[in-house]
Design a binder for this molecule. Structure first.
Ligand code: URA
Ligand code: URA
Length: 247
C-alpha cells in the first residue's frame, strides 16, 4: 500500500487550527489534550490567487480568511437536522478577491453532492447570467444564505437563517466586494432584513454595510417563469455599469 500524503501550505493549516480552536473556545472549552485532530478540508472551490490581482492589499489574505472560516462552518452543528441529512457542506466558490458576489438561498441536490454552489440547472443558468456581463464564475464569488441543504429542498426555516447568517456576514466582510447580487426572495430579505417582496426590492441599488446591493429574481424562478428574464438582464446591466466605474 502506498502511503497517502496530504500536502498543504502552512498558512492554511495555521488558519484551520485557529478556526477550529475558536469554535472550541466559543463552546467554553479552555484546555485541550494533544494531539487533537484538525479536519483540514480541500480548497478546490476557491480560485488560486493571481499575484497581479490587486494593488496595495495582500491578495492571499482574503483567501486565507475564507479558508479559516470554511473550517469554522464545517465544525458548526447549530442546525442538527441539516447537518445530519447533508452530504457536503456548501461553503461557496470562486474568487476571494471578487468585485462581485452572488448570494442564493441554499444548496439543492446537485450542490449537496458536489459541495459546490449553483451547479444544477439553476446554476447553469446563473453561469450564463454571469457571462452575459463579460465575467466568469472564476472571477466572481458565489454562495448561499444556508450552507447546508434543507431535506427535500424545503424552505429554510427562520432559525436556520439566523444560525447561518453570521457566516454569510463574515464571508462578505472578508471579500469586501464592490457589488453584491442577492438572488431571489430569501437572499434579498435576509441580507436587507426586510419582508418586502423581491418584485419591490429589485430595480435599484440598496446599501449593505457600505457595499452596493442589487436584488434580482432567482435563476430557478426564471426557469419556471422565463418572461422575467428581461428584468434580470436589466439588473445585470446595472451591475456592469457600477463595476465599470473606476475606483
Ligand atoms: N439554488 C440556490 O439557491 N442555491 C444553489 O446553490 C443552488 C440552487
Ligand atoms: N420567488 C422567489 O423566491 N424568488 C424569485 O426570484 C421570485 C419569486
Amino acid at each position: 500500500m502506498t502511503k497517502q500524503t496530504d500536502n498543504r501550505s502552512i498558512d492554511v493549516i495555521i488558519n484551520a487550527v485557529r478556526g477550529h480552536c475558536a469554535i472550541l473556545k466559543e463552546e467554553g472549552i479552555t484546555r485541550l489534550d494533544l494531539p487533537f485532530c484538525v479536519v483540514a478540508q480541500g480548497a478546490a472551490e476557491l480560485e488560486p490567487v493571481r499575484e497581479d490581482s490587486e494593488t496595495g492589499v495582500d491578495p492571499h489574505e482574503k483567501r486565507e480568511r475564507l479558508l479559516a472560516l470554511k473550517e469554522k462552518v464545517l465544525c458548526c452543528g447549530s442546525c442538527e437536522e441539516l447537518v445530519k441529512n447533508r452530504t457536503k457542506m456548501v461553503f461557496g466558490a470562486g474568487n476571494a478577491n471578487a468585485e462581485l458576489c452572488f448570494v442564493g438561498e441554499a444548496p439543492g441536490r446537485d450542490e449537496d453532492i458536489q459541495g459546490v454552489p449553483f451547479v444544477g440547472r439553476a446554476g447553469q443558468l446563473l453561469t450564463r447570467i454571469i457571462e452575459s456581463i463579460g465575467l466568469t464564475r472564476e472571477q466572481v464569488f458565489i454562495t448561499n444564505v444556508l450552507k447546508c441543504r434543507p431535506p427535500q429542498n424545503r424552505n429554510p426555516r427562520p432559525e436556520e437563517i439566523i444560525n447561518c447568517e453570521a457566516f454569510l456576514i463574515e464571508q462578505l466582510a472578508a471579500i469586501k466586494p464592490r457589488v453584491i447580487c442577492a438572488l431571489g426572495t430569501f437572499a434579498a430579505q435576509t441580507l436587507l432584513h426586510t419582508q418586502d417582496p423581491i418584485s419591490r426590492l429589485r430595480g435599484g441599488f440598496h446599501d449593505y454595510h457600505g457595499i452596493k446591493l442589487v436584488a434580482t429574481f432567482h435563476p430557478a424562478f426564471l426557469l419556471r417563469s422565463p418572461q422575467f428574464k428581461q428584468h434580470v438582464w436589466e439588473d445585470m446591466k446595472m451591475i456592469r455599469r457600477e463595476l465599470d466605474k473606476r475606483v
